[in-house]
Design a protein around this ligand. Structure first.
Ligand SMILES: Cc1ncc(COP(=O)(O)O)c(C=O)c1O
Length: 364
């Protein structure tokens, strides 16, 4: 067997939050992977059943029906939209299309691991910029941009902190970003944001800005198992991504389900409300336990539990509750807890109170 490429030594195998293999036979409360606890839209399920008999045919090569539906929903021409096998694939395609070996990708840390992985995979240089007070530091990120920078990832809201960048600093950052660096706004959790000062890259694109916005069907749309997401950007960027993408990487079922889910405003609203209410419930419950959770604009909450959070997560797992420990993010005392249903959130709060070995000292 040949030796793997040397860069693989710098890469981590992705550690999924959910149970794998035989473990899936046990039923868990899933608060580890930021999925939609309500499940998929019934309309998407119906569309999947209808389409199942057609899977002997290759998928639609360019996902034209979905791109047209997305274009109509978001006020952007389909020529500016690309569909991928999850945002994960789109991040990799961006690196393949825009990073030559030795060129740099700037991204926040801690944040979603795919930015670093994608840069490394194409021989690029990852430049991680530390958060300040759990928030993206756009001033420091701009300072990290050099003449070799080609991509700058802005995770908004950020995973795992749940904090969101607001309009004014974002506009200022984009104004000052040199033209040779492409800003990529990863908005996997944008639908959950309630802060009126949030500004989506989709709005900026409609204003004619040169940037890329990533959105996914894995979170609020409840289609994580199908792997489908999309990118919006200038037409030239969209064409470049289409070129590097494997021809049929988005499967037929994912596309039809996404079109149906996009049209189900009621499911979307129910999902949004569930998270808004559950987020408030979890924040209050965690504070009542003496913690200081990070105020979140996403469907998860980061909390410092003051002890080895991998151990806390293990003990919660024994109680049948899956949460994400902060280890992979370098946050060894933090848990990232996905907002679940009212009952799931309540069960988590009770279990956490029982399994913890460290009780925070009241601060006030
Ligand atoms: C910030 C962020 N971007 C992208 C993704 C992945 O999205 P997808 O399921 O579409 O690959 C995640 C998943 O957890 C995420 O947290």
């Amino acid at each position: 067997m040949p030796a793997p490429r040397s860069v693989l030594a710098q890469m981590e195998l992705y550690r999924p939050g959910g149970p794998q293999g035989a473990l899936t036979r046990r039923s868990f409360v899933h608060l580890a992977s930021n999925e939609n606890p309500l499940g998929p839209s019934p309309r998407a399920v119906e569309a999947l059943v209808q389409a199942a008999g057609g899977v002997h045919r290759y998928p639609e090569m360019f996902q034209t029906p979905l791109r047209e539906a997305l274009g109509a929903t978001w006020g952007l021409p389909p020529e500016q939209l690309v569909v991928g096998n999850g945002v994960d694939q789109l991040i990799k395609l961006l690196a393949e299309a825009f990073l030559d070996p030795g060129q740099e990708a700037v991204f926040p840390a801690p944040s979603f691991s795919a930015y670093r992985q994608a840069a490394l995979l194409v021989g690029g240089t990852p430049r991680a910029v530390a958060l300040t007070d759990d928030r993206l530091d756009l001033v420091a990120m701009l300072r990290a941009v050099t003449e070799r920078t080609r991509l700058v990832f802005i995770c908004n809201p950020n995973n795992p902190t749940g904090t969101a960048v607001t309009a004014e600093p974002l506009r200022s950052f984009l104004r000052d970003l040199p033209g040779h660096a492409l800003a990529v706004l990863d908005e996997a959790y944008a639908e959950y944001v309630e802060d009126p000062a949030f500004l989506s890259g989709l709005t900026l694109l409609r204003e004619g800005r040169q940037l890329v916005t990533l959105r996914t069907f894995s979170k609020i749309y409840g289609l994580a198992g199908l792997r489908i997401g999309w990118a919006a950007g200038p037409e030239g960027v969209a064409q470049a991504l289409m070129k590097v993408r494997e021809p049929f990487s988005v499967n037929r079922l994912a596309e039809v389900a996404a079109v149906a889910a996009l049209g189900d405003a009621e499911h979307l609203e129910r999902s949004r409300r569930l998270v808004a209410e559950g987020r408030a419930q979890l924040m209050a419950g965690l504070q009542a336990l003496g913690y200081r959770p990070v105020p979140s604009q996403a469907n998860f909450i980061l909390v410092d539990v003051g002890e080895d959070s991998a151990q806390t997560a293990l003990r919660l797992r024994e109680q049948g509750i899956l949460v994400r420990d902060g280890g992979p993010f370098g946050l060894t005392r933090q848990l990232r807890i996905t907002v679940g249903t009212r009952e799931e959130n309540a069960a988590l709060l009770v279990a956490l109170g029982e399994v913890r070995t460290h009780e925070p000292v009241p601060t006030a």
